[in-house]
Every structure is written in C-alpha cells, then in structure tokens.
Design a protein around this ligand. Structure first.
Ligand SMILES: [Zn+2]
Length: 173
C-alpha cells in the first residue's frame, strides 16, 4: 500500500487524503478546465514548447487514454480477486504516432466523454468496493485500492492540467 505521506513531487497531490465523494467533483472541474484549454487556447495546441514536453493536444490525448485505462483497471479489480493492471505505454503511444490524427475537437470531445464515463463507473461501484485491492501496474507492482486508483485518475487530470497551462505560458512568451 502507499505510505500515508505519499505525495506528488511536482503538484503536491496527496493520494491518501482523497475521499471517494471528492473524486467526481474535482475530476469534473479539472476536466472542464482541461477541455477549455484544448478548445480555446490562443497558443498552437499541437506544438511542443521543447522536445522533452508533449503538446497540449498530446497531453489531452494521454489524459483521455488514462481515463479509459483506469476505468478498465477498476472494472477488472471489481471482478477479479488479484487483478494486475496492464501498462499504459504512454510514451510508446505517442512515439508510434497513434495520436497523430487526433484533432483538437476530437480530443476535447473524447476527453470530456471519457472523464464522464470514468466518473459514472466510479460512482456506480457497489458499496465497499472502493476498498478492494489490486496490483496497479506490472512496472511498480504497487498494491493499491480502487479508491486509490480513482484518486490517481483525479491526480493525472489535475497534474496534466498544470502541464498544459505551463505549455501555454511557455508558448506565449
Ligand atoms: Zn502530480
């Protein structure tokens, strides 16, 4: 299990201080702001500010896939007793060009839809299921609860919202 003090070094998110009722509200808010950046940013959303940063569009496509991936883990962990989550292969998806045809309208619409789908599934879990445990990924072999995975979806969304805002700053100077 994660240590109680575990927090993100970049954005300060504390996984273990998140309650299940907070996840839908905060994820909805962060997604709305993220979608707004993808749709209405005045900087070019397909441009990488530097080679080591994704574009706003790539961060959006990544976040869309994170919602899909975490929702699948939560469903499988609700059914299987010792579920082991698959890898996302986040860099490989980009490097293979799998996001190359994603247009801003597609990404904005899909990000909104996948966020809603993730939230609806999370809210529909039977009572007590948020305490079920599974192995989050074969990379870390970290044992987590379904609640932790829900918090991780929220974390990814808030964290990458910070990334796309940083891209806006970097591209507008
Ligand atoms: Zn973070």
């Amino acid at each position: 299990m994660m240590a109680a003090s575990e927090s993100c070094e970049v954005c300060g998110f504390h996984w273990n201080s998140i309650s299940s009722s907070e996840i839908p509200v905060r994820t909805t808010a962060a997604t709305a702001q993220f979608v707004d950046v993808v749709r209405t940013s005045t900087v070019p959303v397909g441009t990488r500010p530097s080679p080591d940063r994704w574009s706003i569009l790539e961060y959006g496509a990544h976040m869309r896939d994170v919602f899909i991936s975490i929702r699948e883990r939560i469903i499988r962990a609700s059914i299987e007793d010792e579920h082991v989550g698959g890898q996302l292969y986040r860099n490989e998806r980009v490097n293979l060009g799998l996001y190359a045809l994603d247009q801003p309208d597609d990404v904005a619409t899909e990000l909104h839809a996948m966020s809603r789908l993730f939230i609806r599934t999370f809210e529909a879990l039977p009572p007590g299921y948020e305490k079920r445990t599974f192995t989050y990924s074969t990379i870390t072999n970290q044992q987590v609860t379904i609640l932790w995975a829900g918090a991780q979806a929220l974390h990814e969304c808030e964290h990458h919202l910070g990334d796309v805002r940083e891209n806006e700053r970097l591209l507008s100077v």
